[in-house]
Each structure stands twice: as C-alpha cells, then as structure tokens.
Design a protein around this ligand. Structure first.
Ligand SMILES: *Cc1c(COP(=O)(O)O)cnc(C)c1O
Length: 432
C-alpha cells in the first residue's frame, strides 16, 4: 500500500513506514494513494464469515503483499478476538455493537491492530519502541491495552489528575508490565505539551525509538473499514445500500466509512452525529471550517473542537463541498437530546445506548422519520453503557449488565506514577 500526505501529494510512504511515523515528516496526514476495491466475495451477503476473516481479506487486498499472508491472518485473528454483535431493533434500524473489546469502546479495534502492526514493524530492531501517549480517557486505555504484553514495546501514558472518570482511571492504571501510567498534576493540555516536548527534543529522539499512537495513525483507521463491511453483510439492504449513523468527534470513524464506500461498499448515506461541538455540521452547512475550543458534554469522547481527520475527509472528496453534502448529512444534539434519545430507545426497544451511540440514534431516528422511512439504518454503538454510569437515572442504571471487563477492576493491582506538569520530569522517566 502506498500512501501520500494530505499536505504533499508527492510524498510517498509504505504502510509500515506510515505506521512507524504516525504523521508524514512535513506534517499533514497519510491517506492511501489508491483504495483497492473490496474483494468481490465480501460483496455478496450469502456466506457468513467470522469478523477476523473479513478483516484479513480486506487487509490483504489493501496491503498488497507488504505483510506475508499467514502473518496478517494471525494478526487479525489475535487483534479481533472479541464479539461484534448486531442488534436488530426493528425492521429498519440496527445497532452495531463495537464495544465488546477489552476496554469496552470501539477504539479497541484500531488500538489492537496498531499494537500488532508496531510489533511486526519493529521486528529485528534492537532498541525497544516507546509508545508515548497523552490521553483524556478512552484512547489511552485502548492503546495501553492494545499494546499490553507485546514484546519490545514500552508504553508511557500520561493523563491529567482528576480529569478522567472513575472507571476510566481504573482502566488506565490497572494494566500490564510494559505499560507505565503517569498521573500528571495538570490538565490534558499539559500532558499534550509534555508529549510534544519529547518528540521535539533531539536528545530524546536520538536515544530512543519514540512513536505516538494517536488516532491519526493509519493503522488505527484500517480496522474501522473492516467493520462497516461486516455490518453491511449482515443487513438485508438493497443495492442502494445502508445508511450509517456515526457518533463523531475526531472523525476517524467517519473517514473509515468513507474509505469503505470508496472501495465499493454500497452505502446510501452517512449521518455524522455530533454533540454541541458541531464544527462538521456547521462546515457542511456554510462551507466555512471554524475550529474552536471544545465544550464538555455527556458524550465526552466526542468533545472535539478541531477534528483532526477533517483534511482526510476533504481530500477524499477532492475538496468538493457539493459531493460531500451529497454523501454526508451532519447534525448535532444537546445533552438533553441525548438523554431523551436514551429514554426513547429504552422505551421502544428495551435497548440501552451509551451517550455516544445515543447521539447517533437520535440523528438516525429523525432522518428515518422525515426523509427515508424505508431505508436500512445501522447505528454505530461506540461504547458500552456501563462505562458511563453518571449518564443514567436509577431506573436505567440497574438494567445495564456489568461486563466481565469491569468485574474486579477495582481490586486489580494498580501502578501509577504521580508527576508534576514539567517536561524535564517526563524526560527523566523516558531516559532512565
Ligand atoms: C473516540 C470516540 C468517538 C469519536 O470517534 P471519532 O473517530 O473520533 O470521530 C465516539 N464514541 C466513542 C465512545 C469514542 O470513544
């Protein structure tokens, strides 16, 4: 697979180079130069295939020999060894449950695949690879868990003290031997500044093989293409295809869906659902991209004021706003709308959406009613509701089953290193 940079169409990298670098040397984001058409056998819905097999077939066609077939197949089987159920809520609407991985959010797909790709890429190297991440919640635990126990990889994870939920903090601190979790006495911005400091410090980058695992790494995007295909195969859609409702923040999930469509998946439309951080809906409406500071909401993993995948999306449409509008509908919802959608889905279907999935459900339900009652809708349910107990009233809280992944979490041995919000302290830890 050859990739180019959204800032420099002439820049070229192989998939493994792009995985190792994260972002192109001159800035911008990596995108595949050509998107291979999906393997034909996947575009018939008659043979059920396990998800790791679907993943392998698409990855093999996209990577085009860069990783030997048997290695790639083993990576897919190991990365995606958890269920991916689709709940059909009524005749036209289904929820694709992307939250059965180890950290109970869809970020497990990307993080587990990335961890294994890093391990493959660094084989034969003597120095260990250090994955350095600043996190405000879900990303950090998915990356830590996705890289846990992988030989030759050391994860250093920074999170701001007092700024993550109780469950998130338990998930962040009860991890594996090759993961060091640092609780910074500061804000998320401090954590990010410290991480950027390390990447910009030649003494550190000369001595250590540093890499970042943030959401813009191409290896985190690919596995998200796979589950759109798996979902389509389970829905009885006609040739006009499925409408996907996508809870959106940094727009990685939406970008992957657009890639799947460009590879030939019959998708009728994407509904990008945001909370009040509505940069994308505003952009599609007005044509003006206006980044701004994020506001806090119930669906906090979507609290993004300058979505980092926006340049991938505009590149996929050759910067043409009209074709973007023809394919993507974007709408925003308030926290009150979100709570109402959670109550509505429970009353109608006895189904509990987490606050992120609920935003997408709300947008899908309204679109169905007003514009397309006969279409098939798939709502991407991105997180397990048990991760957000504070979003539910007492009557709902007790119907949410406690997933195995959270059982005993509070009793697991935990390790956390308190640190002042100073770059020199991080440097000392890295170089020790
Ligand atoms: C990260 C996240 C999102 C947003 O996904 P993007 O790819 O950043 O748009 C939505 N829901 C949950 C639960 C998340 O963790």
């Amino acid at each position: 697979m050859l990739l180019y940079s959204t800032l420099d169409r002439h820049h070229r990298a192989t998939f493994l180079e792009a995985v190792a670098r994260g972002i192109p040397p001159g800035g911008g984001l990596y995108l595949p130069k050509k998107l291979a058409p999906l393997p034909g056998q996947l575009l018939t819905q008659d043979t059920p295939l396990p998800f790791p097999e679907i993943a392998y077939l698409i990855a093999r066609s996209m990577l085009d020999g860069e990783i030997p077939d048997h290695e790639l197949q083993a990576i897919c089987e190991d990365a995606f060894a958890f269920p991916l159920p689709m709940r059909q809520l009524d005749n036209t609407l289904a929820a694709l449950e992307l939250f059965h991985g180890p950290t109970l959010a869809f970020k497990d797909f990307g993080a587990r695949f990335l961890g294994r790709m890093l391990a493959y890429q660094r084989r034969g190297m003597k120095r260990e690879t250090i994955v350095l991440v600043a996190t405000s919640g879900d990303t950090g635990s998915a990356v830590a868990s996705g890289c846990a126990g992988i030989d030759g990889i050391r994860v250093v994870l920074l999170y701001p003290e007092g700024k993550v939920s109780r469950i998130q903090e338990l998930q962040l601190t009860a991890v594996a031997a090759n993961v060091e979790t640092v609780r910074v006495q500061g804000t998320f911005d401090d954590c990010q500044r410290m991480v950027k400091g390390a990447f910009a410090d030649p003494t550190v980058t000369r001595a250590l093989a540093l890499t970042s695992a943030n959401s813009i790494n191409i290896a985190r995007l690919l596995p998200q293409v796979f589950y759109y295909v798996a979902a389509w195969r389970q829905v009885n859609a006609d040739d006009r295809g499925v409408i996907f409702a996508v809870p959106s923040g940094n727009l990685g999930n939406l970008t992957a869906g657009l890639m799947a469509r460009a590879m030939g998946l019959p998708v009728k439309r994407f509904l990008a659902a945001t909370n009040i951080n509505d940069v994308l809906p505003e952009y599609l409406r007005t044509g003006v991209y206006r980044p701004r500071p994020a506001q806090s909401t119930l669906s906090n993993a979507m609290d993004v004021g300058d979505p980092n995948n926006i340049s991938r999306i505009t590149a996929l449409f050759d910067e043409n706003l009209e074709s973007m509008r023809a394919c993507i509908g974007a709408e925003s919802r308030t926290d009150d709308d979100t709570r109402a959608a959670i109550a509505n889905a429970f009353a109608r279907y006895r189904y509990v959406f987490d606050p992120h999935g609920a935003v997408a459900y709300s947008v899908a339900d309204r679109y169905r009613e007003r514009h397309d009652p006969g279409a098939k809708f798939v709502v991407l349910a991105t997180a397990h509701p048990a991760k957000f107990p504070e979003a539910y009233g007492g009557d709902l809280q007790h119907v949410i089953p406690l997933p195995d992944q959270l059982r005993g979490l509070a009793d697991r041995p935990r390790q956390v290193l308190p640190m002042r919000a100073r770059y020199e302290d991080l440097k000392a830890l890295l170089m020790a």
